[in-house]
Design a protein around this ligand. Structure first.
Ligand code: CP3
Length: 357
């Protein structure tokens, strides 16, 4: 900012910054260097996060705006990434829907009373963002003021949230969820209706507070056949992405194990499609067509020697071949035992690779 410019009022909405690398790449525009950030970049891989966790649980962090903003900004400071992502969990909004849950160390979200019947749907309350997640929205306002890079808001996608709600916790085969989907299609439809509506409200509130992009995490959707995806999920995903279209921010559609679902996911919506490491980036780009892509280094490589990280990262960049519309990321989240120095070195490697065409 030049010295002549008056300081903005403390509560004024910060100016938009469409020239940020991350936002340009999300729109398929040329960039001076490939933008890079990491899913789950805030969290246990960082010593400064572990320090915060000595005095506050994850739920407490997300209920304290200043602490939540601090944890959101930690990886931006340490790693030099091109985007911040709001620190929260995909299950954070469930409390505002009237669903009680806990996050168990080393396990993940656990829901004591899972959703299994039509009567269970009556337990949901309408989601009112300002009442349900006020500290998170305040954290967004703080980060927006303090961060030099764009802030990504996010939510769990309806299928992945439904898996937690129906199974009651992490699951390998999603037996209860798939059984509900097929044996009680009206309950399944009712559950997805509730989740789509709540997610739209949640993400609209995040953008109104200052989030400059949104990402839907459909981490477990790779468990579905293309048939089930198309018939029993896609109409709701389409409604969700259509409902976000008017917000004017890029929408990223992310899933894991989705090589066989990519064309359906891209048809459902999203300006940026997430790719995991099980598909070559060039092949993923071919399938999703005229879209930006995000990915797709195997996060496990970061647990090994730098030579493996370097080889993998260079391959991802070569696969993209300097085309605009690539955001470098891992194919899934940072693993807790990752050495943050490897992450910082990877950021430098991606930036040093240079500009797109
Ligand atoms: O920078 C970031 O991306 C961090 C913010 C973030 C968290 N969870 C915080 C968190 C994000 C984006 C998530 C998303 C999330 N949570 C997903 C989608 C992404 C993915 O990994 O597939 C999923 C499936 C969850 C559910 C969940 N929450 C799991 C599987 C776990 C790990 C359980 C464990 O202890 O290993 C959590 C807990 C969780 N969410 C932690 C963090 C930092 C770790 C626990 C803690 O610090 O108390």
């Amino acid at each position: 900012m030049s010295a002549a410019m008056p300081a903005p009022a403390p509560d004024a909405a910060p100016a938009p910054r469409p020239d940020a690398r991350f936002l340009r790449a999300a729109r398929g525009l040329p960039v001076d260097a490939t933008p890079v950030w990491f899913m789950r970049q805030a969290g246990r891989a960082l010593p400064e996060y572990r320090k915060v966790r000595e005095t506050a649980t994850l739920l407490e962090i997300t209920r304290d705006a200043a602490l939540c903003a601090e944890v959101t900004l930690q990886p931006v400071r340490r790693l030099g990434v091109d985007a911040a992502i709001l620190f929260a969990d995909i299950t954070t909004p469930l409390a505002g829907l009237g669903i009680e849950f806990d996050i168990k160390e080393g396990v993940g979200p656990v829901i004591e009373r899972p959703i299994r019947t039509a009567a269970d749907l009556d337990r949901f309350r309408p989601f009112e963002p300002e009442a349900a997640v006020a500290p998170l929205l305040d954290a967004i306002r703080i980060v927006r003021r303090e961060s030099a890079v764009p802030l990504i808001g996010f939510a769990g996608a309806p299928f992945t949230l439904a898996c937690y709600l129906v199974e009651g916790g992490p699951s390998r085969d999603f037996v209860n969820t798939k059984r509900l989907m097929h044996a009680q299609p009206d309950v399944w439809a009712g559950l997805l209706d509730i989740l789509v509506e709540a997610t739209l409200r949640y993400l609209r509130a995040q953008v109104a507070a200052g989030a400059e992009a949104v990402q839907l995490f459909d981490s477990w959707v790779g468990g579905l056949s293309p048939l089930d995806y198309e018939r029993r999920l896609m109409p709701w995903m389409t409604r969700l992405f259509d409902g976000l279209a008017g917000l004017g921010v890029p929408r990223t559609h992310f899933g894991v194990g989705t090589a066989g679902l990519l064309s359906l996911q891209a048809a459902a919506g999203g300006d940026v499609i997430g790719l995991d490491w099980r598909i070559a980036l060039s092949e993923g780009r071919r399938i999703v067509g005229d879209r930006a892509v995000q990915g797709n280094l195997d996060p496990v490589l970061l647990l090994g020697p730098w030579s493996g990280v370097e080889e993998g990262a260079r391959w991802v960049l070569e696969q993209n071949d300097r085309r605009p519309g690539h955001i470098f990321n891992l194919g899934h989240g940072v693993l807790p035992s990752t050495d943050p120095d490897q992450l910082a070195r990877l950021v430098d490697l991606v930036h040093d690779h240079g500009a797109s065409r």
